[in-house]
Each structure stands twice: as C-alpha cells, then as structure tokens.
Design a binder for this molecule. Structure first.
Ligand SMILES: Cc1cc2nc3c(=O)[nH]c(=O)nc-3n(C[C@H](O)[C@H](O)[C@H](O)COP(=O)(O)OP(=O)(O)OC[C@H]3O[C@@H](n4cnc5c(N)ncnc54)[C@H](O)[C@@H]3O)c2cc1C
Length: 602
C-alpha cells in the first residue's frame, strides 16, 4: 500500500525563502496571513490528508460508487471522512467571512489542494467542486440568492457541481440544448440532460447545488445565448433546510479508467426550478469564474499525483535490490544493490523530482498572484497580477497534467512489474492522473487558448510582463559565478521561446492552421521555460542559504543539484520543440488523413 507525507519542508522553503509570501500580509484583508500562520494551517491539513484521506484512497478505488434506490452512494469511509473535513472547517478556508468563510489567501487553498490530490483525488473533487460553485455564486449571485445558499455551500454542508457537458456538446458548448423557461416568479424551469458531471450526486451532503448552463427559448445561437442557473437537488425551505425534491436526478454513473470513487453522473433536470446567476446570455462569462478556478485546480491534481508517486517510487528504489551498480557493488555484503544505484532508475527519479518541485514553485507563485490580483489596491499591480494569472492558467492546467501523467507513469516504471500490480497502488496514480489531461478543457484546447488568445493579447502585453520577470532573474543569475551556467541555459531557452512566438504569430497571420499545429508544442515549450525559471530562483536561494551555514545543508544541496539536472537534462527539450514548431502546419495538414470523405458523411 502506498504512503504519503505532506511535503511541508518544501512548502516552508517556498513560502519563506523563494516566493516572498510575507508580502501577502501587506494586502488589505490578509493582515494576519503570515507564512507562519499559513504553515500552521497547512500542517494540520497535511495531517488530515495523511491520516484520514490517504488510507481510504485505495479502498475507494476498488469499491467505487454505486446507485442504491435512486441515491448515489460513495465508498466506505467517505461519509465519515467528509464529516470530519467539514467539522474541521476545511471547505470554508478561503470563503467570504460574510458567509461563514475564513478569508484565508487563495494560496493556502492551492497548497492544501495539492495535499488533497496526493492523498485522495476522488475524495478531493467533492469539496473542490462545492468550493468552486460557492466562489462563483459569491462573485455573480445576487444578495437574495447568496442569502439562501451561500453559507451552506461555503461551509460544505451543501455540495456543488458544474453542469456544462451534454452528450453532443463537450468542447463546443455553443451547441448545448438544456432549456430554461421563465416561470413567472423570477425563477426558471430547467429541462435537459447533462453528462459526465463530477460529484453530480452523492451521500456526503444533504443537498447538491448545480451550476447549470442552459438557453432561454429566444436566446441567440452559440455561446452568446448561454445563461447560468443555480439548480439545487432539493429546494431550500424558509428555515434553510433541504425541502421538496426539485426533479434533479442521477440516472447513471459512468464506469471509467480512474477516479473511481468520484461519482461521474448523468444528471437529468426535469422541469427543475432554477435561479439565474449573473445576466441573461452572459452565462459563459460567469461560468468562467468556476472554470478558471477549476483549471488551476486540475493542474494541482497533476502535481499532487506526481508528488505521491515520486515519494513512493523513491522509497521503493532505496529498498528494492536488483543487480549491481555499473561501477562496482555498492552493497557488497548483500545479494544485490538497491536499484537507486542504476543510472536509468536515477534518471526516472530525478525527472520526477525536477518536475514536481519546479512545478510546485510555479503553481504556488501563480497562487500568490491570484491573491495579489484580488486584494491589491494598486491598479497597476492588480492588472499585472491578473495578466500573469491569465497567461499561466493554461500552462498550469495542461503542462502540470501532461507531466503529471508522465511522472506517475515513471513512478510505475520504477517498480517494474510490481508497479503494474494493483496492490502496490502505483497504477492507480497513473489511471487517476489521465483524466486531468481531458476535463476542464482538453489540453489541446488549453494550448489553443495560450497561443491563440493569451500570447497575442494586447500586442503581447501578458507575455512581455512575464518575460521581463524571467529576464531580470536571468540577468542577476548570470552575474553570479555560482549560477552563471544555469542562467546561460535558461537564457538560451528564453531566446528560443521569443523567436518561436514571433515565428508562429507571423505564420498564423498567413494561415490560422499554423497556430493550431504549433499549439501543443508551444505550450510544452513555455511550460518547460517557466519551470526552468523556478529552478533558477530556487537554486539562487538555496546557494544563499547554504552560504549562511544555517538550515538543512542536504536540502539546499539537493535543490542546487536538481536545478542543474533540470537545466541540462530536461530543458533542452525546448530546442526540439522549437524545431517541430518551425516545421509548420504543412506536415500536419497534408491530406494523409482525409476529412473530405468524413464531411460528406456528417
Ligand atoms: C471523468 C470525467 C469527469 C468530467 N467532469 C465534468 C464536470 O464535472 N462537468 C462538466 O460539465 N463536464 C465534465 N466532464 C466533461 C469534460 O469536460 C469533457 O469530456 C471535455 O471538455 C471534452 O469534451 P468531449 O469529451 O465531448 O470531447 P470533444 O469535445 O468531442 O473532443 C474530442 C477531441 O477533439 C478535440 N477538439 C475538440 N474541439 C476542438 C477544437 N476546437 N480545436 C482543437 N481540438 C478540438 C479535443 O481536444 C479532443 O481531443 C468530465 C469528463 C469526464 C470523462
């Protein structure tokens, strides 16, 4: 059975030394949110993940969810664990204090999210979807609606979902058919079927509040005609308890590859009562609050699974003995050497470590920017932070989940055949990680968002802001003999990135397929550079700390050596990706895969 320990040493290093998180306590509303306070909260959160949620991860996977008498049941232990989760106040961490929230920085939740996903991804999705729905209602709901629903959604008494997908409308939501008809009393009657709804129904909460995309009868075609509604499973009574059944039901649960303990439901709305959230026909705008939060959250799923897979693979590689080191026996009195001596096993483990720790730093930096964007009173600082979050959202979603899948796969490989066997738990991480590349907008769609919208936005304003930060760090590191080699490697990659942006933008003006064909490679390239930037920052801080003689020398030494591994072994992929991008759209769009015939059949 796999084990998990919240990576608090690394979190402490990032919060205290690398990301200057103490700056958050200078923002209005976050005066008390010092790194020490956040760490104290996260230590408790880590314990909950290690002691309560991780032990029911493998059993939940084996048992899965089921429908009994029309009610979805979660696996053994989930209900008790959720009750403890709510009792501890965890759902309300970052919620609005006016509705029972604790008003902590979003960064704290980001970090806690990583722990949750490492411990039990299926479980984490129940409170996370509830939280996302609550945040969206907080931003777009009117006071009456918030008064009726928000406190219970914030404290986790009631769950929440996002209901976008229909059988014929996945990526292309403009085609949805769910109908909303005005009921005459300010509410709407909602009718339609949504599929693939995560946490769509369950026995953890007494009510489930769905945020549903639907169209009014006279709505314009496409996404411009979509509105968003709050549709609870049970209509709240005046006393705030779940009242009459609102004709929202789960007709089936999908049988799927991973996240088996999270109920992926077909949800039917049969003339169910719903309330408009935000404005008529502006539902996509409102839903984007939930989607953007969820995209970042899905990135943390990739990271969390990569972390737990790495922890277990590392322990196994120290324990499992097979063969001898190429340079001579390292464990001469034993039958064989531990597999951690073999260069190929070390390559796998270091690749895992370099992605996990580099991406953790990147994700937490984005988490901090979310708080700066929300709370800063300086308009320029606010806009800069907003630009950086928007630019990085597709990278966090897609790069962290693509590499998350790769890392869990490497973790399995470190175990050899035992990794493929269920009892060791490593194959569950691979299965659970796979969905993160698909939902919340497939990674292909994220790549299009990056190259088609975020990079060209405002004549490259977002890119310019970010590249300025990176180049400043490269310049400083280049002037220091201890980090000059790292700065040189990153600087070259940054230049390649800039040349690639120019190349794609010009080519796309002639032919839009050029952007589409370059998108996935480009996202990977930029993700690799962004992670390299974090390794440069971490190496510099580790060197400074090492020079003071204080702290854990081995920890800092490992940071510096892993930075070097990243720059020399993983960052060079940037050059291959750039070459692939320069090959252009022609090799992709050659009529090898004929679609004319297919079109005739549609
Ligand atoms: C386990 C699970 C949980 C889910 N949870 C939820 C949930 O809680 N709520 C919810 O609403 N939905 C949920 N989904 C749905 C999920 O978000 C969609 O599956 C996803 O958005 C893709 O839609 P699709 O499956 O219809 O694929 P399609 O849209 O049919 O896409 C098929 C392929 O074509 C590509 N493609 C499509 N359009 C384009 C384009 N314009 N440019 C380039 N490539 C394109 C895609 O990248 C993909 O590779 C869930 C799905 C699963 C499997």
């Amino acid at each position: 059975m796999p084990t998990y320990k919240a990576p608090l040493d690394d979190v402490r290093f990032l919060l205290n030394d690398v990301l200057a998180v103490d700056e958050l306590s200078q923002l209005p509303g976050y005066e008390e949110a010092t790194p020490d306070l956040l760490l104290a909260v996260l230590e408790e959160g880590g314990k909950l993940c290690e002691e309560v949620l991780q032990p029911i991860n493998q059993t939940g996977d084996a048992e899965g969810c089921r429908i009994e008498d029309g009610q979805v049941r979660t696996p053994k232990g989930f209900k008790e664990a959720y009750a403890e989760f709510v009792q501890g106040g965890w759902p309300a961490m970052t919620g609005d204090p006016a509705y029972g929230g604790q008003g902590l920085p979003h960064l704290a939740r980001f970090i806690f999210d990583e722990f949750l996903c490492s411990a039990n991804l299926s479980f984490s999705m129940y409170p996370e979807l509830g939280h996302g729905a609550a945040m969206t209602l907080e931003k777009w709901g009117d006071d009456e609606l918030k008064g009726r629903f928000l406190t219970k959604m914030t404290d986790g008494t009631w769950g929440g979902t996002m209901c976008l997908t229909e059988a014929h409308a996945g990526t292309d939501l403009g085609m949805i058919r769910t109908k909303a008809v005005p009921a005459g009393d300010g509410a709407y009657q909602i009718t339609g079927q949504k599929i693939f709804i995560s946490a769509g129904d369950h026995d953890l909460t007494e009510n489930v509040c769905h945020l549903v995309l639907a169209k009014l009868p006279d709505a314009p075609a496409g996404t411009r005609g979509i509105s968003m509604f709050l549709v609870p499973k049970y209509l709240p009574t005046d006393e705030g308890t779940p009242g009459t059944f609102n004709h929202v039901s789960c007709s089936s649960i999908e049988h799927k590859m991973g996240i088996k303990a999270n109920a992926t439901c077909v949800i039917n709305f049969d003339d169910a009562k719903g309330w408009l959230v935000g404005e008529v026909n502006k539902g996509m705008r409102a839903m984007f609050t939930m989607m953007n939060g969820a995209r970042l959250g899905v990135g943390m799923q990739g990271l969390g699974l990569a972390e737990v897979s790495y922890q277990n693979a590392l322990a196994y590689a120290k324990d499992r003995v097979q063969g001898r080191a190429l340079t001579g026996a390292k464990n001469p009195t034993g039958d064989a050497d531990p597999i951690i001596v073999h260069p190929d096993v070390r390559r796998m483990l270091l690749t895992m470590k370099a992605y996990v720790e580099g991406e953790r730093a990147l994700a937490y930096w984005v988490g901090k920017m979310i708080d700066v964007e929300e709370k800063s009173t300086d308009p320029e600082q606010k806009q800069e932070a907003g630009d950086l979050v928007a630019l990085m959202t597709p990278i966090i979603k897609a790069f962290l989940t693509d590499t998350g899948f790769e890392v869990t796969n490497l973790g399995l490989q470190v175990y050899g055949g035992h990794g493929y066997i269920r009892e060791w738990g490593m194959e569950q991480f691979v299965r659970d990680a796979r969905i993160a590349q698909i939902y919340e907008g497939t990674n292909g769609v994220q790549a299009m968002d990056l190259i088609g919208r975020k990079v060209p936005e405002g004549n490259g304003r977002m890119m310019h802001r970010w590249l300025t930060l990176v180049q400043d760090d490269v310049k400083t590191a280049a002037a220091d003999g201890r980090t000059a080699d790292l700065a040189k490697a990153l600087g070259e990659s940054v230049r390649t990135l800039q040349e690639t942006v120019m190349h794609v933008m010009q080519a796309a003006m002639r032919n839009p397929d050029e952007a589409g064909a370059a998108a996935a490679d480009f996202l990977r390239l930029m993700g690799a550079v962004a992670t390299g930037w974090m390794w440069l920052k971490m190496a510099r801080v580790a060197l400074e700390q090492q020079a003071t003689g204080a702290g854990d020398a081995a920890f800092y030494d490992a940071k510096i050596k892993t930075a070097r591994f990243y720059m020399t072994k993983l960052l060079p992929q940037v050059q291959a990706l750039a070459a692939s991008i320069r090959a252009g759209a022609a090799p992709v769009m050659e009529p090898v895969l004929d679609f004319e015939g297919a079109l005739a059949a549609v």
